[in-house]
Design a protein around this ligand. Structure first.
Ligand SMILES: [Zn+2]
Length: 345
């Protein structure tokens, strides 16, 4: 008998148990959707952070106005807010104008008085120090540069070591380990078959010598969208079976790594469980009407004629929400979660 056979309705599982049981498709889809939920917030905050960072490292932009971009390079038509003269250039020329640096071919600002120039130089120095201290320092690998310090001759490699490039493999291991430690990556990533497959592919595919690793922007835009679309296509056979086998919608509350209060909705049939959506309830009051509305939305997404039952945990508010659903859809019935009934009363 299948785990999710509709003829055995009291064997019900909550969303989180399903998530742990079906890592792979389902987990991948949940993660992809979690990325989508946070995408907008991350996008907004990273734009603000970039503006703040620009202001901190180039503080003299505050004293001029960028009128318009000029074609080619990073130059713009700039107007000084103090003396109101205009010139073409970048931040280097803004600095030269305000700090009266003569080697740049721009006229010094006539309105910058000696006390003002002290103030501007202080700002400029602070920015320079900030840039220097924020420059990423590369942590060397164990043993790297040691031979130079010791003055010892380089180690002579035997034919076996040379043939299998054992030194190269050790160096690669050390670089991978450094990547894990420097970004605080979880160690269980090392057990991820896709991580192992990616590095094996890189190491064993001919003609990949000029390969540049996938960048930040491409990863969070093009690749995220394409991968999500692909997973949706892979799940289509499960969707197609909904009207033949009957669906149980399962929902449960959980928190993502950012501690956002989420409710996840899944559609379960004999063909397999499928993640529908996660609703971020931050700032919402999770009363019976709120939960009922979201359950109703998930029922409409699956198709009300395809749904035979809903499963939630046994909280009073969930029970009340499901009573609303039962009244509205007389053919759908609520089943409390068996795991909660047995373990959590
Ligand atoms: Zn000026």
């Amino acid at each position: 008998m299948s785990l999710f056979n509709q003829s055995f309705p009291f064997f019900s599982l909550t969303g989180h148990v399903l998530v742990h049981t079906y890592i792979g498709f389902v987990q991948c889809f949940i993660l992809l959707n979690s990325y989508y939920i946070h995408f907008f917030i991350v996008e907004m905050s990273s734009a603000n952070e970039a503006m703040e960072q620009e202001d901190q490292i180039k503080p003299l932009w505050r004293y001029v106005t960028k009128l318009r971009k000029t074609p080619g390079g990073g130059n713009a038509m700039i107007k000084c807010n103090l003396c109101e003269i205009s010139f073409i250039g970048s931040y280097t020329r803004v600095r030269a104008h305000l700090l009266k640096i003569l080697r740049e071919a721009v006229r010094p600002c006539s309105k910058v008085t000696p006390p003002k120039i002290i103030e501007l130089k202080k700002l400029d120095n602070e920015a320079t120090l900030k840039i220097q201290s924020s420059k990423k320092k590369c942590v060397s690998l164990p043993g790297e540069g040691k031979q130079k310090q010791d003055g010892a001759p380089p180690k002579v490699l035997g034919p076996l070591e040379k043939g299998f490039n054992l030194q190269g493999k050790d160096d690669l291991d050390a670089r991978i380990a450094r990547m894990f430690f420097s970004s605080g990556l979880p160690f269980h990533l090392a057990r991820n078959p896709y991580y192992r497959e990616a590095l094996s592919y890189a190491a064993n595919t001919p003609n990949l010598s000029g390969y540049k690793p996938l960048g930040y922007n491409k990863l969070r835009t093009t690749f995220l969208t394409t991968k999500r679309r692909h997973v949706v296509n892979l799940l289509q056979p499960i969707r197609n079976s909904w009207n033949q086998k009957g669906v149980t919608t399962v929902n449960d509350g959980w928190s993502d790594p950012q501690r956002s209060p989420l409710i996840n909705f899944m559609a379960v049939t004999e063909s397999g469980p499928m993640f529908l959506k996660a609703v971020n309830c931050f700032g919402d009051i999770k009363d019976k009407d709120f939960i009922a509305q979201h359950i109703k939305d998930s029922i409409m997404e699956v198709g009300s004629s395809n749904v035979v039952q809903i499963v939630t945990n046994n909280a009073v508010v969930c029970k009340a929400a499901c009573m609303i659903i039962e009244n509205e859809f007389p053919v759908i019935y609520w089943t409390p979660c068996a795991a909660h009934t047995l373990n959590l009363h």
